[in-house]
Write a protein that binds this ligand. Structure first.
Ligand SMILES: Nc1ncnc2c1ncn2[C@@H]1O[C@H](COP(=O)(O)OP(=O)(O)O)[C@@H](O)[C@H]1O
Ligand SMILES: [Mg+2]
Length: 265
């Protein structure tokens, strides 16, 4: 089914070294439209470096990164800007602007990247506030919000341009299990509504594991397969096996939370 979808992002044998240390050693991946791909792996393995290549923030030493069929290294500045305008990004440190209200934080990409008038900005921001259950909080400043609410503001801001592709880098870091599930629930609800393609990076097996379409393990400089969560759990690749054994424990220890999440969807 999803294998027929158009390829949105393609990494072909990407290599990247820092100070003589090879972090990416032939990373290949295809991300298809409308799917959710989760990249997991221990910290320091190069997961964020992969995302930065997809975003065009880093260039490969060798290999190729294509987004919407465009080789990013050959793209003009204008083309790169256009491609980036289809992206939404939510990183580990939400990076809200402390001196701006919730409303202005969410409106910022619209003011920077579009010529929308204030009336249509308001309509769009209010729609995202409602999606995230943030109505009534628009005049507050980030410091007045809980960690979970800050992440929801970050998610609203990541989605305000109605992106075609959304990148999440450890989006639930620092949140407890129930707050993490809340973020993932909002993520899947908005994905169903806005139809975006998602690439999620996580250092363990996230709660959304079973809801994602593809999972790939970053280890030893390469992505170890890219397969369904079911196949991932049953894989006989020794690197995947030991990762699954190390990280699946926490998933099953909170099955109640997990089933609540699935029920809610
Ligand atoms: N801009 C950079 N300059 C030098 N080294 C970097 C840079 N970005 C990442 N690295 C190194 O690359 C490796 C992988 O980093 P990263 O992708 O952030 O790992 P993670 O899998 O935890 O996201 C680390 O050893 C990190 O120190
Ligand atoms: Mg990282």
């Amino acid at each position: 089914m999803t294998t027929d979808n158009e390829i949105v992002i393609e990494l072909d044998q990407v290599e990247k070294s820092f100070n003589g240390q090879k972090v990416l050693d032939g990373v290949s991946l295809q991300v298809r439209a409308g799917t959710t791909t989760v990249i997991v792996g221990a910290s320091g393995q190069g997961k964020s470096v992969i995302l930065k290549h997809m975003l065009g923030l880093m260039t490969p030493d060798a290999g190729r990164v294509e987004v919407f069929g465009q080789d990013l290294q050959r793209a003009s500045k204008r083309k790169l800007r256009e491609i980036r305008s289809y992206f939404g990004v939510l990183f580990q440190n939400v990076a809200l602007f402390d001196s701006m209200t919730v409303y202005d934080n969410i409106a910022l990409p619209l003011r920077e990247r579009t010529h929308d008038d204030e009336k249509s900005i308001r309509r769009n921001v209010e729609e995202k506030l409602a999606l995230m259950g943030l109505e009534g909080h628009e005049a507050k400043f980030p410091a007045q919000l809980s960690g979970g609410m800050q992440k929801r503001v970050g998610l609203a801001r990541a989605l305000v341009l109605n992106p075609k592709v959304v990148f999440f880098d450890e989006p639930t870091t620092g949140l407890d299990v129930s707050k993490s599930n809340e973020i993932y629930r909002l993520f899947f609800e908005t994905q169903a509504r806005l139809n975006y393609t998602a690439v999620i990076v996580s250092h363990d097996v996230p709660k959304i594991f079973k809801l994602s379409d593809y999972v790939a393990l970053m280890a030893k400089g390469q992505l170890q397969g890219c397969m369904s969560p079911e196949a991932f759990q049953l894989s006989d690749n020794p690197l995947i096996r030991s990762f699954v054994v190390e990280t699946m424990g926490p998933i099953y220890s909170s099955e109640t939370e997990e089933s609540l999440l699935y029920e809610a969807l």
